[in-house]
Design a protein around this ligand. Structure first.
Ligand SMILES: *[C@@H]1O[C@H](CO)[C@@H](O)[C@H](O)[C@H]1NC(C)=O
Ligand SMILES: *[C@@H]1O[C@H](CO)[C@@H](O)[C@H](O)[C@H]1NC(C)=O
Ligand SMILES: *[C@@H]1O[C@H](CO)[C@@H](O)[C@H](O)[C@H]1NC(C)=O
Length: 335
């Protein structure tokens, strides 16, 4: 018995379980210190430390309460973003701006319908086909739109040429004047820029900096990839989206709310934002062990977030626009 109690004190997880709704001050301090060590986080002064500790505490309590409530299709957990408020996080790590004229009717002129009687596999993962590069990190720059568009282009280039090359988001941030760099953008406009520019450089040639810079793309740079056009997936139809994802990785917009920041694993069926504010890439779909259908989504928040940088989101949520609007604005480049 004594041994068990001692063990319980040693294991912080156990200690948290023993407490119900709020965590004690010493255990918060300890958990925060361990977290700071794990992620190499330091603060410039004591008031900043106190401020971040308070936010960390609120996030940790939210996570504990959420996970203890149980029986959810997904879990929350600590990650490298746990000392940011959801407002700070969304302001600095998203960046989708859907043009106003598209936000209600959605029907772009480039829409092509799939024939839904065509067969598609019951599950699919473009990573198995080698068509997905490593998870990247947009950092504190609202250019998710660039990462989403690039991942879709990397995918179709691999499918058409059998060669996977990591491409440059920074070129899009710096040079694409139809979009607003770290202040936001839209994938279809990104595809337009790449068509006009006759290509996009490789990540190696034009590496990511995470802030707005002057455009470095010039005649000496050989584009590593080109696209000829782009297509919008018919809006608010998950069956159309399914056929699209079976064809190639697809750029999608989603409405990120507070819980996304803390997502750890499972099929996400939780809260969403009010508007589409984040761009990601659908790289597959499947059915979880308990029978829940999901979309496999590549995000741009680093490998430490979610399932090694990925999130599985509920598929066929019952709403036409899909979980967090995933079927509202999907598009893909063509070669
Ligand atoms: C503490 O650091 C924060 C963040 O770097 C800064 O905004 C704030 O002005 C600093 N406060 C003091 C008292 O130095
Ligand atoms: C847990 O969730 C499943 C599926 O959502 C449901 O069938 C079951 O009744 C739930 N169990 C409890 C204890 O709430
Ligand atoms: C869809 O595919 C089915 C079966 O191959 C075919 O009979 C039908 O004509 C197609 N529909 C359209 C609109 O092409």
């Amino acid at each position: 018995m004594k041994f068990l109690i001692a063990l319980c004190i040693i294991l912080s997880a156990c200690a948290y379980n023993a407490m119900s709704r709020t965590l004690s001050e010493p255990s918060i301090v300890e958990a925060h210190q361990q977290w700071m060590m794990k992620y190499g986080r330091t603060y410039t002064n004591n008031s900043e430390l106190e401020k971040r500790r308070k936010i960390f505490k609120e996030n940790l309590e939210y996570i504990e309460n959420f996970n203890n409530a149980g029986n959810k299709s997904y879990n929350l957990g600590l990650n490298l973003y746990s000392d940011l408020t959801s407002k700070e996080f969304i302001a600095s790590h998203t960046g989708l701006k859907v043009p106003r004229h598209l936000s209600s009717s959605k029907k772009g002129s480039n829409t092509i319908h799939f024939n839904l009687s065509d067969d598609v596999p019951t599950k699919f993962d473009w990573r198995d086909e080698g068509a997905v590069t490593d998870v990247k990190n947009q950092q504190r720059c609202g250019c998710c739109w660039a990462f989403s568009a690039v991942a879709a282009i990397e995918g179709i280039v691999k499918i058409k040429t059998d060669s996977l090359t990591s491409l440059s988001e920074q070129q899009l941030v710096d040079c694409d004047e139809q979009n607003q760099g770290c202040n936001g953008g839209f994938m279809d406009d990104t595809f337009k820029y790449i068509i006009q520019n006759q290509g996009i450089a490789s990540e190696a040639e034009y590496p990511y900096q995470g802030n707005d810079q002057t455009c470095q793309f010039n005649d000496q740079m050989t584009p590593a990839a080109q696209i000829t056009s782009f297509v919008d997936v018919p809006a608010n139809d998950e069956q159309q989206l399914l056929h699209a994802v079976a064809q190639q990785p697809i750029s999608v917009g989603i409405a990120v709310g507070t819980e996304f920041q803390l997502y750890q694993k499972g099929v996400y069926s939780g809260t969403c934002g009010r508007d589409l504010n984040h761009a990601v890439t659908a790289v597959g779909y499947g059915v979880s062990e308990d029978g829940t259908k999901y979309w496999l989504i590549k995000n741009s928040w680093g490998k430490n977030w979610g399932e090694e940088g990925y999130i599985r989101m509920l598929r066929e949520s019952g709403e036409s626009e899909g979980q967090c609007g995933i079927a509202a604005h999907a598009s893909y480049p063509t070669i």
